[in-house]
Ligand binder design. Structure first.
Ligand SMILES: Nc1ncnc2c1ncn2[C@@H]1O[C@H](COP(=O)(O)OP(=O)(O)O)[C@@H](O)[C@H]1O
Ligand SMILES: [Mg+2]
Length: 596
């Protein structure tokens, strides 16, 4: 075993003189408390390590021991439904509530195991060899570790076993026998292998209209959510964790203040999934690394979280990882880099910030797994740019690697317009991939009075809304100069319609009992209704109806409130509203005819 002696320590960084060979990125144990750390640089007999635990009290001369393995975590059936720290040591469940410095993984939980293979069977890496049925929650597959393959020489009978008990023995072609437990070790910085990366043409349905309809993300996609303080990043990520259609949610609270995380920690265990009626925690893993926890562990927590996500992906599941926030993670990187004496780059961040972000986002994917299934990891990460400035390094580098950018706008938030996603600063490069998927959602909604529907209603409506919102900004600027009343009626109408799109469609409270979630069918119905309104209003104006008359039509009030008032179980009412709208516009044109 390689050992050394601490020479120098500064915060979470220490230097040690060693005997024996340490490796880069090797996990190490430091001092009498066995604090967990990682080797970050080697120079002859001297190594530099960062320590993931509170290193107060560490002295020169204390021992540092190599573990012989890179920093890693144990992935297995004990993850779902539980809360962990950044190094995946449990903060809940059947293990201790608080992690003492130097504590390992804690006592393993026990699970009911059912073997799914027989002795003599050949198994490849990542194959399913058994199933676990926890007391509560979903059944989970037990996977052969990705780099283990061979013939099953021994498999446990059905029964209750500890998470770490050897339940399967596999003899490789070379004759070596590998022992396999229900869970296995995986180095967090190494992406888990998959058979193949697949393109994605299915959305992560978020239930938020502005996201699903205007800035959708595919399963296996990646989105960044930048926003200044108080613009709604945490509320949005929590809303998505509750409502999105992923099979498994990994929620990483990374460096935010403890009281923000407390919301998640207290609220989540009490929530039920409205679609299944089961506790939401059953599909959730929470990783909490708040600002009061050691800073270096925050740097590792993002890798722990994405490794957990990949582990569920490898079971053929769709996983969404919410990370709040990558700025705090980058700050940890900066702090440790500073202590290492590295040359600071832009904004004081180390030069490798960009490549670290790239490595992280690269792990988002829809894949064919080693066992032939399809699974995905979708990454959604918030960014808290200092003073809301999106040109700062973390935001600008993240932008290079994500395909969706959901920019939270301080002005919208101040006006209490939620979600405060800015429709012009935000974008999605995934929309084209999803056009066909939306044909189904639109097809399932009663067609209403819509005549001459375009080939792809969703794409057309989306384009129409975005153009209108773009026009709104231009016209508002003009109106500020010349006065709104000086604008030609067509432009005044455009402003009015843009307001309807904002108020009746994009505004959606995460705290509403009815509107916290909108199914694709409901979104399609609302989108179509507003699209039809815009067409009818333009037509009426062209035929001579004054804007004041259009703006006074009776259906407009229920139209603006439809998100709050027409719930998922009353979708037929959109049709009633559509008919009323057609009727009132017809009345308007008869009236206009009379006047003429
Ligand atoms: N989608 C939303 N619906 C309703 N209220 C919201 C929404 N998003 C944010 N808010 C309000 O804004 C406040 C601040 O949001 P929060 O997510 O904590 O901001 P951030 O994480 O960006 O600092 C919340 O406490 C809530 O009152
Ligand atoms: Mg927050």
């Amino acid at each position: 075993m390689s050992v050394g002696r601490v020479l120098w320590a500064s915060g979470p960084v220490l230097r040690a003189r060693t005997t024996g060979s340490f490796q880069m990125r090797e996990a190490v144990y430091v001092g009498s408390q066995s604090l967990l750390g990682e080797v970050v640089s080697i120079n002859g007999e001297e190594i530099v390590a960062q320590v993931y635990e509170d290193a107060t009290g560490l002295r020169p001369g204390e021992e540092i021991r190599g573990s012989g393995a890179p920093l890693g975590i144990r992935v297995g059936p004990g993850l779902l439904g539980n809360i962990f720290d950044g190094l995946l040591r449990p903060l809940s469940g059947c293990r201790p509530q608080y992690v003492e410095p130097g504590a390992g993984g804690g006592a393993a939980c026990r699970f009911d195991f059912t073997p799914l293979v027989k002795r003599g069977e050949a198994l490849g890496g990542g194959a399913v060899f058994g199933r676990v049925t926890p007391a509560q929650g979903r059944a989970q597959d037990c996977l052969v570790p990705p780099h283990v393959a061979g013939e099953v020489v021994d498999i446990a009978d059905a029964g209750n076993h500890g998470e770490d008990a050897i339940v399967c023995r596999i003899r490789s072609a070379g004759g070596a026998v590998q022992e396999v437990a229900m869970g296995h070790f995986w180095p967090v910085r190494v992406p888990r292998p998959a058979a193949e990366r697949l393109p994605s043409d299915e959305p992560l349905v978020t239930g938020q209209r502005i996201l699903d309809c205007l800035f959708p993300v595919v399963l296996g996609g990646k989105a960044a959510i930048p926003g200044g303080f108080g613009t709604g990043k945490t509320v949005l990520l929590e809303a998505l964790a509750k409502s999105c259609n992923a099979d498994v949610i990994v929620y990483l609270g990374c460096g935010e203040r403890g009281n923000e995380m407390a919301g998640v920690l207290e609220e989540f265990p009490k929530l039920t999934d409205p679609r299944t009626g089961r506790p939401l925690m059953e599909r959730t893993v929470i990783i909490a690394n708040t600002s009061n926890m050691p800073v270096a562990a925050r740097e590792a927590s993002i890798y722990s979280a994405v490794t957990v996500a990949e582990y569920f992906r490898d079971q053929g599941l769709h996983v969404a990882l919410m990370a709040d926030s990558t700025s705090r993670w980058a700050e940890a990187l900066r702090e440790v880099s500073g202590r290492l004496g590295e040359l600071p780059g832009e904004g004081g961040y180390p030069a490798y910030l960009s490549s670290r972000l790239a490595d992280f986002y690269e792990r988002a994917a829809r894949v064919r797994t080693l066992n032939g299934r399809t699974g995905s990891v979708t990454l959604l990460s918030s960014i808290s740019p200092p003073s809301g400035d999106f040109s700062e390094p973390v935001t600008s580098h993240s932008k290079r690697y994500v395909r969706c950018f959901w920019a939270l706008d301080i002005k919208r938030a101040q006006a209490r317009f939620y979600p405060a996603i800015h429709p012009l600063q935000s974008y999605s490069e995934d929309a084209g991939e999803l056009a066909d998927w939306w044909v189904k959602a639109f097809g399932s909604v009663p067609a209403g009075a819509v005549a001459g529907r375009p080939a792809n209603e969703w794409l057309e409506l989306r384009r129409g809304f975005l153009t209108l919102l773009d026009e709104q900004v231009r016209l508002e600027r003009m109106a500020r100069i010349v006065g709104k009343d000086a604008l030609p009626p067509r432009q005044q109408l455009a402003l009015f319609c843009a307001e309807i799109v904002n108020e009746a469609f994009l505004r959606q409270s995460a705290f509403s009992d009815v509107d916290w979630y909108a199914s694709p069918r409901r979104q399609a119905a609302m989108m179509r209704l507003i699209g039809r309104f815009i067409a009818l209003a333009e037509q009426a104006l062209a035929q001579g109806a004054p804007l004041e008359r259009i703006a006074a039509l009776g259906f407009l009030r229920p139209l603006q409130r439809m998100g709050e008032e027409i719930g998922e179980d009353r979708l037929g009412e959109f049709d009633v509203l559509a008919q009323r709208m057609e009727r009132e516009f017809r009345g308007l044109s008869t009236e206009a005819g009379d006047v003429r």
